[in-house]
Design a protein around this ligand. Structure first.
Ligand code: HEM
Length: 351
């Protein structure tokens, strides 16, 4: 009997203390605390503000980036990539193609005014042509596979279906990763071979003033081996190509570089006020955007180059095909270079 009475007392005590506990929890929740006091005394808003502004907590995982729950710059990165970068890029590439079509219909193919002479002159040796096609071939594949990453899901996927698109994109990713090195090699070789012909001089201003003679039949401003237009392409390809290569390497080997923080620090010396305290993730996001911007600008320019080097101008492609160009073509577009070459070939006048 005593035992039974004791058990009832224990159960009642437990129930009463439980209810009391419940009422304190309810009160605590009404005061903004979390059951169990697991968050200590700091307020929820302070905690979430801390998390929302990209601060790192602590984690058992080896990768320190996993301690960041919310990285707001990611929103900005995605908005810029899917917004201005994609839109302006598409507009630029489609725009230049449209302009070239209009140019073709107005000006037509730029012919050799004097007609082909049948006599040729060596313009680019084997090593020059190898460097050009190594750089050009890899650039074209890099451009197509890169465009697929930006626009493929909207343009290609609906046409070829999921499986083919997945296979093409996987293949494209490997091609893009490995051919990047062929492009860099072609770029470096072209630089070494052609830089001495691409030093700007006063003749270039004359060439530019005459619009290179490409808008009017019969106009041929003087030029040496490379005219001002080609020099612009050369330097844009070299500087842009180097920049795309560096940002590409940073994307291939993530979180190893601080190129943006370093560049911003340099720019701050000349009066800019750019952030220099960036996380590895922010560096990656900026690398990706920069890689996209510069490569789209290069593609836009190279489309015009491909046009003028092939269908746009009679006789030009021979320079990179056999290496020999028609003498009349050379005289019209690079008269001073022809003179230099002829002087090299002819015996020196007796002094
Ligand atoms: C894929 C099609 C291409 C064609 C048909 C083509 C054609 C040509 C031709 C004919 C020349 C010699 C022009 C001359 O004799 O004066 C040339 C030069 C050159 N190409 Fe290309 N090219 C192509 C792609 C590229 C690409 C993708 C790049 C760079 C990424 C490039 C960079 C250059 C440079 C730097 C030069 C020397 C400067 C100049 O002539 O503008 N080419 N190309």
């Amino acid at each position: 009997m005593l035992n039974r009475y004791f058990s009832i007392m224990v159960i009642l005590t437990a129930l009463l203390s439980g209810t009391a506990g419940l009422s304190t929890t309810v009160q605590a929740q009404q005061q903004g605390e979390v059951p169990g006091q697991s968050l200590g005394l700091s307020s929820d808003s302070d905690l979430w503000r801390y998390v929302r502004t990209g601060n790192a907590g602590s984690t058992q995982m080896k990768n320190e980036l996993s301690a960041v729950m919310i990285q707001s710059e990611g929103d900005n990165w995605r908005a810029f990539r899917n917004g201005p970068l994609s839109n302006v890029g598409a507009f630029a590439v489609m725009g230049i193609i449209g302009l070239l079509v209009v140019f073709y219909f107005i000006r037509g193919k730029i012919r050799i005014d004097a007609g082909p002479s049948g006599d040729t002159i060596l313009r680019f040796g084997t090593i020059d042509r190898f460097a050009h096609w190594l750089m050009a071939g890899s650039f074209v594949v890099l451009g197509i596979t890169g465009l697929n990453l930006l626009y493929g899901r909207y343009i290609l996927l609906p046409v070829i279906g999921k499986d083919a698109f997945a296979a093409f994109t996987t293949f494209g990713k490997y091609a893009h990763n490995y051919l990047a090195f062929a492009f860099m090699a072609g770029l470096a070789l072209s630089f070494v071979l052609w830089v001495r012909h691409n030093v700007p001089n006063r003749l270039d201003l004359e060439w530019l003033k005459a619009g290179g003679g490409i808008f009017k039949k019969g106009v041929h401003p003087p030029a040496r081996k490379f005219n001002a237009g080609q020099k612009i392409i050369f330097w844009a390809v070299m500087i842009g190509g180097l920049s795309v290569s560096l940002s590409g390497i940073a994307l291939l080997f993530p979180f190893q570089t601080s190129m943006f923080a370093d560049t911003f620090a340099l720019l701050n010396v000349i009066g800019f006020n750019l952030p220099t305290d960036m996380t590895g993730m922010q560096e990656q996001q900026l690398n990706q955007l920069w890689h996209g911007i510069v490569s789209m600008a290069l593609m836009t320019m190279i489309i015009a180059h491909i046009y003028i080097g092939s269908v746009g101008m009679e006789g030009a492609i021979a320079a990179m095909n056999t290496g020999h160009v028609d003498r009349n073509w050379a005289k019209e577009h690079h008269n001073l270079w022809v003179e230099e070459e002829d002087q090299k070939g002819s015996p020196k006048p007796a002094e």
